[in-house]
Write a protein that binds this ligand. Structure first.
Ligand code: AMP
Ligand code: MG
Length: 389
């Protein structure tokens, strides 16, 4: 049996390698960027007027207005350095000007057809170069603005739009199949007989996948070797990543590992020193397709999915109650989190075990209590596997 750390490493090293595709910019939101984005010109591309007002060349009490420089016009020149120009935000700074004074600090009056701008604030409050967004101050032409591998959010969309990327290369999400197994499971539209239960794991996983932008195909297979073999074969042929739940433990009808091996999916590990989710099986075939065969108990299924499938930020929480756990296993306890004095606190909700998925509705994630210890004290800091975002 391997440790959680080793299992995580194996999963990371064997992740499915996504296809890259060039898609329209707005379709790329939430996807992983697969190319570097480089500035085609300076940011901003010219000395940009940052306030509506007047542009001047030297400090004085009043100026005659020569002309107006609007946004979207070619650059004008100040003819007489004792005059000023009216300028609008987004305009090119007129040639011969070095400072912009906002309208709020100017009084403009017309005398005999001549427009005069009078400064209404003390001259020492005006600093040379103010209200000008200098060419290239944010980024220079040729700078890498976005590194490949990042997740695209609205600000990245804006940056790509500004350098004219109408289409962008991204990693395409894998084709994912979610398969529940078990003779006791019935569809959620059915009335279960007393010894049956409605399947919930495939809905759980499917919803969790949707949260990270992946739409999965759902299947249910009964615990029948021949059926598992033929259906899994077919599903493997047209998906990249397969998430199974159930059928990987020590039960007499837990056929999943055997069938996967028969289908050429090489076992990379089976069983992890953790609770819940110990029977987790992970493998990969020659085409690089990965199979996460998760234990069927819903809390186990979900924990394994969150811990091993989702790419996670490193987060920690402060335990707000003591927890005791003897076995030599990493113990993942559902927790409810809240902030206190700027720290993320976690109240453990152990529930009644790995089948108690109703307990998860009171929680936000799992706290990860390391295998080496048995006593976990209030106030100690541990890793956090978040499932509520
Ligand atoms: P297994 O891993 O197949 O031994 O299943 C362990 C427990 O999880 C059993 O009580 C199953 O009934 C339950 N279980 C398995 N799959 C599902 C599912 N899709 N939805 C809800 N419970 C499940
Ligand atoms: Mg089963």
């Amino acid at each position: 049996m391997i440790s959680v750390k080793e299992a995580l490493k194996i999963v990371a090293e064997n992740a499915f390698i996504p296809n890259i595709s060039e898609i329209p910019l707005l379709k790329s939101l939430g996807k992983i960027l697969a190319e570097n984005i480089v500035a085609d010109r300076d940011f901003p591309p010219f000395d940009r007027v940052a306030m509506d007002g007047i542009a001047i060349n030297q400090k004085a009490e009043s100026f005659q207005i020569e002309a107006t420089q609007y946004a979207g016009e070619t650059q004008k020149s100040l003819q007489n350095s004792e005059n000023c120009m009216e300028v609008m935000t987004g305009a090119v700074l007129p040639l011969g000007c070095d400072t912009v004074i906002r309208y709020e600090d100017v009084d403009i009056q017309e005398v005999d057809g001549v427009k005069i701008a009078k400064i209404t604030i003390p001259l020492n409050e005006i600093s040379e170069g103010q209200n000008i967004h200098r060419k290239g101050i944010d980024r220079k032409a040729g700078d890498v603005l976005l590194q490949k591998g990042l997740k695209i959010s609205p600000p990245e969309i804006a940056v790509m739009a500004s350098v004219g990327k109408a289409t962008v290369k991204v990693e395409m999400p894998p084709r994912v199949a979610v398969i529940s197994t078990g003779d006791e499971l019935v569809e959620i539209t059915e009335n279960p007989l007393p010894y049956q239960i409605r399947m919930s794991n495939s809905y759980l996983l499917s919803a969790a996948l949707e949260m990270v932008g992946v739409r999965a195909n759902l299947f249910h297979l009964t615990d029948d070797k021949a059926l598992l073999f033929s259906k899994l074969k077919e599903i493997l042929s047209n998906h990249d990543v397969i998430l199974l739940s159930g059928g990987v433990s020590a039960g007499k009808k837990d056929f999943v590992p055997e069938i996967l091996t028969d289908l050429g999916v090489k076992k990379l590990f089976h069983k992890v020193a953790q609770k819940p989710g110990k029977p987790f099986w992970f493998g990969k075939n020659d085409e690089g397709k990965t199979v996460f065969a998760l234990p069927g108990n819903p809390v186990s299924t979900f924990l394994c999915f969150c811990k091993y499938f989702l790419e996670r930020k490193n987060e920690v929480v402060v335990l707000d109650k003591d927890v005791f756990f003897k076995p030599d296993l990493t113990y993942f306890v559902p927790v409810k989190t809240y902030f206190q004095d700027g720290k993320l606190m976690a109240t453990p909700f152990e529930g009644s075990g790995s089948a108690d998925f109703a307990n998860l509705t009171d929680c936000d994630g799992f706290v990860e209590l390391p295998a080496e210890n048995q006593v976990f004290k209030k106030g100690e800091v541990f890793e956090f596997v978040r499932f509520r975002f």
